[in-house]
Design a protein around this ligand. Structure first.
Ligand code: PGA
Length: 221
């Protein structure tokens, strides 16, 4: 394993002031070198600007990610946020989370368009799949394996399963470089996943909302 990705997915949590307090909670923490561990925060869109400013001003080695991107170019699409607009604040974008597939009817075709729009603006997609059978669009380098039964349930998949699926994905899609595991990751079990050979990091929901827990996840990974 060359590099570990520790990614926080806040989902629809935190106002921009709460986001800033969270980041203040990480001041003073000795982050690992970024060639070893890449820390990425994916807050709601409304917190991207304040967090990016805070992180830049305090020289924190954290990268920004968004949780969604429009499948359209900028234009007459009320309520949408285009890849060009996301790119002003973020380097990464989560695409294809099962909550978006389920609650917002995002199909494989829509997700492929989102990936294409993201790549056209040099955003790096963090593409979520539920197993090795989920279709992964060409050009995706970073994948997160997130089995639905493990998301937000406190019942993570086994590290052995995560290893098997990650390995399968890399064998099946030669363009995929990194596969992360996501689903009920905690400071206590994070290293059981990150020590697996084909698992290149974690995508963390609930446990990333508390800066202290997230700090422990980075430390223990
Ligand atoms: P969880 O969410 O860590 O709260 O299970 C993970 C995710 O959905 O990305």
């Amino acid at each position: 394993m060359e590099k570990l990705f520790i990614i926080a997915n806040w989902k629809s949590h935190k106002t921009s002031n709460e986001a800033k307090s969270w980041a203040q909670g990480l001041l003073g923490f000795q982050f690992p070198e970024s060639h070893e561990k890449e820390t990425i925060i994916c807050p709601p869109f409304t917190s991207l600007p304040i967090l990016k400013t805070f992180i830049d001003e305090n020289n924190l080695p954290i990268k920004m990610g968004a949780q969604n991107v429009s499948q359209f170019e900028e234009g007459a699409y009320t309520g949408e946020i285009s890849a060009r607009e996301v790119g002003e604040f973020a380097e990464y974008v989560i695409i294809g989370h099962s909550e978006r597939r389920k609650n917002f009817s995002e199909t494989d075709e829509i997700l492929a368009e989102k990936v294409q729009k993201a790549l056209s603006q040099n955003l790096i997609p963090i593409f979520c799949v539920q197993g090795a059978d989920t279709l992964i669009p060409e050009g995706v380098k970073l994948v997160a394996y997130e089995p639905i039964f493990a998301i937000g349930t406190g019942l993570p998949d086994t590290p052995e399963d995560a290893e098997m699926v990650s390995k399968k994905i890399k064998e099946k899609y030669s363009f995929v470089q990194f596969v992360l595991y996501g689903g009920s990751v905690t400071p206590e079990d994070v290293n059981t996943f990150t020590q697996m050979q084909s698992v290149d990091g974690v995508l963390v929901g609930g446990a990333s909302l508390d800066p202290e827990k997230f700090r422990q996840i980075i430390e223990n990974s």
